[in-house]
Design a protein around this ligand. Sequence first.
Ligand code: SF4
Length: 360
Amino acid sequence: MLSAGCKLVDGYTRCAIIDYGRGDLYFISHDYYTLLQKMDRLKIKDIEKELDSDSRIHFYNFLDFILENELGFFADDPMKFPVMSEMPEDDYIELQDVIIEIDQQIFDLEIFLKLCDDLKNLRCKDFQIRLLSTADLKFLTTIVDIIETTNCNYIEIHCMFNPDITEDDLSEFVEKHVLVSHFYLYGAPFIRKKEVMNSIPGFHSLALGCLYYLNYSFDEGNCCGIINMGNLNFSSIYVHNKLKTRNGCLDKKISIDRFGNIKNCPSMSQVYGNVQDTSINEIIGNHDFRKYWFIKKDQISVCKVCEFRYSCTDCRAFTNDSTDMYGKPAKCGYDPYTGKWKDHAMHTVKHKMNFIQDSK
Ligand code: SF4
């Protein structure tokens, strides 16, 4: 039996075993993919009966490989290990993510309070704030204090680097606001990642959040949707399961631009209403708005034959064909028909990869 933390995915040129428990990836041929599917929960001696003597040698080698890497195990009674459901159990979440663009020059506190009240009622989990100006900690404190009243889980901030704000000031801000986990500063004169640690004397030193200094400008989200080997997910089986039924990026997401326009994503053009006169609840009930939530990787051109399709995000804002709702994400450098990445997309390979030769 394959371990519960491992998943098999078939692709055009090759197949994959993904060990989500360890974050490891193993490439296998279609023959071994079929064999693994067939042998699940069968007796070894019954599988052997089906194989000729040459194939048995490959079969034993393959079993050794599975056991050595703890990808599977023998069970006397497979009934004790029922197949686990792949349905994501997140029906209780009405809205997962919100992206809010803020232009300090035209910011309206009253509307922001109303918006946060709406998001609180929908129990929205994750907030991303895109401040379209340089960091202003006084202003950000006002914003974050309001968001914290919504009982969300997580706040991420994006803004331009401000040379007048020291790293100590930023660290103190993150330390005070425990929900602020990621703070991105664009246009910095250097690239750096700084973990903010709990500095209270006598307490364990815990990472409270992270400052990311980036030496390029914030391009209002156009940097979104880049897919390369380094940002595929090989560590969350929840994401794998979700990608089988939902969209990896837009599911339960809403975005509000600087003028209050409500969209699926800041980089998409279609507007569904404005926070000044429309409630978020009304928008997420709109069938047209929700249609992107259910676009699965199995429906996307090219992606549907890719062995990484349940480990990948799915950008619908930048696709190879703007007229096709199911076009391949434009910022992906992988071609599943050749099994090759373009050079630029390969730069951060961090996962262990193995390849098992075809059984003849
Ligand atoms: S081809 Fe599609 S599924 Fe495969 S890595 Fe690229 S975007 Fe992801």
